[in-house]
Design a protein around this ligand. Structure first.
Ligand SMILES: C[S@@+](CC[C@H](N)C(=O)[O-])C[C@H]1O[C@@H](n2cnc3c(N)ncnc32)[C@H](O)[C@@H]1O
Length: 394
């Protein structure tokens, strides 16, 4: 089943098209070496992270108006301001400590959190960043040197998770960027969507699901008490348990705050959601064909927060809270961040209102985006979860 480029997408410029062709050639080589097909997770891994080639590993602008999509820190510094307030609550309890950010993107959240913590006189002992993309590391450094030049001695880039962190771990939209497997349920059994080279580009081919995927799908069916119908397609992120285990072995005492778009497992695998949660973003156009534009479009999947919670509990975390982003922001200090609004010029008031609406309205980022707190040690849950904790739905 070849996937044609949806007609509404803008055409890539010549440089991007040439880059995408190099990424495609790399993936074709991997497919050839693997005997004719690779798993979808491997395809996604190469398309996003192949060194020097993948979407996150190469040099294009991804975040913000000039890129492909926008994240909460890019929408407004108010987001980082509230996150900083939550960090302060934890750092006060751990008697100081550090912040470790996974996947810092453009460095905007790091810059905003450090700026706000300095304002509140609660700087961490270190702000460490764990980033898989060499290109993004460079962009983060440029951004931070520009925004917080005097705090650069606190900022370090790490290759592997550190041990014995006391403080806060932050990850905004990182889990949605981990490679997923795609499965199709057939009356004959669980199949896996693999990627092969077709006549007109990459195409999906179905094969019997690998043992780990098949048993993960069977476990979901058992838990939900029903078999998926014939033709039901969805995703599963088999990388989550290891990723959460990495977080858990890093954190000795404190709170990990994970932000992402996602739902509970029951919602994730609901019958009406029979085409999965994978989405692609190219120049602010969302579509659902992951096989085109390799290396120049973002591939992302909504998060099964029940899977996060299970992996977290299995590796020694307590679930501190699970809340929609709007409630998290409102309970976590949004009003305090907006003090001084009345003194702003009218134009700035309009702009700030627009940003806050984007962060909090249900049809924007307020409801689909969630925040989850994973905790270790005798730490009170940050106040952002005091308004509407939905842990019970997981
Ligand atoms: C969707 S972007 C979000 C960027 C940023 N946090 C933001 O909100 O603007 C995903 C980020 O996670 C990074 N990433 C992906 N997998 C990662 C991993 N296993 N460890 C650390 N960073 C990772 C990507 O390179 C990228 O910086």
């Amino acid at each position: 089943m070849p996937h044609d480029q949806p007609p509404t997408l803008p055409a890539p410029d010549a440089t991007s098209a040439a880059h995408s062709e190099r990424v495609a050639a790399f993936i074709r080589e991997r497919i050839g070496a693997a005997g004719g097909r690779i798993s979808f997770a491997e395809f996604m891994q190469h398309a996003l992270y192949a060194p020097g080639l993948g979407y996150y590993a190469a040099g294009s602008t991804k975040f913000g108006g000039a890129g492909d999509f926008i994240t909460a820190p890019e929408v407004s510094s108010v987001f980082g301001g509230v996150v900083a307030r939550q960090c302060r609550e934890v750092l006060d309890q751990t008697g100081g400590g550090e912040i470790l950010e996974y996947g810092a993107g453009s460095g905007k959240l790091a810059a905003d959190v450090l700026t706000a913590l300095r304002r509140m006189d609660t700087l961490p002992t270190a702000y460490n960043i764990l980033e898989v993309s060499a290109d993004l590391r460079q962009r983060q450094e440029v951004r931070l040197r520009e925004c917080v030049p005097d705090l650069m001695e606190l900022v370090h880039w790490l290759d592997t998770p550190p041990a014995a962190v006391r403080g806060v771990i932050l990850a905004n939209e990182v889990v949605d960027a981990l490679p997923v497997e795609r499965f199709v349920c057939r009356d004959s059994g669980v199949m896996q969507q693999c990627v092969a080279e077709g006549q007109e580009g990459f195409e999906f081919v179905e094969t019997a699901a690998a043992a780990r995927l098949a048993s993960a799908v069977a476990a979901i069916e058992d838990e939900l008490g029903a078999q998926f119908p014939d033709g039901f397609v969805s995703e599963i992120c088999l990388a989550v348990p290891d990723w959460i285990a990495g977080l858990s072995s890093a954190l000795d005492e404190g709170v990990a705050l994970l932000f992402d778009y996602g739902v509970s497992r029951r919602e994730y695998y609901a019958a009406e959601r029979s085409d999965g949660w994978l989405r692609c973003h190219f120049r602010h156009h969302a579509h659902n064909n992951p096989l085109i534009l390799p290396g120049i479009q973002d591939l992302t999947t909504w998060v099964d927060f029940t899977a996060i919670a299970e992996a977290a509990v299995a590796t020694g975390f307590e679930i501190g809270g699970y809340s929609a982003q709007a409630q998290f922001l409102m309970a976590g200090g949004l009003d305090a961040e907006l003090q001084g609004f009345a003194e702003l010029a009218l134009k700035e008031q309009f702009e700030l209102s627009r940003q806050v609406k984007t962060l909090t309205l249900p049809g924007e980022m307020g409801e689909h985006f969630k925040c989850m707190a994973l905790q270790k040690g005798a730490i009170a849950t940050p106040s952002g979860f005091s308004l509407a904790d939905r842990t019970h739905v997981l």
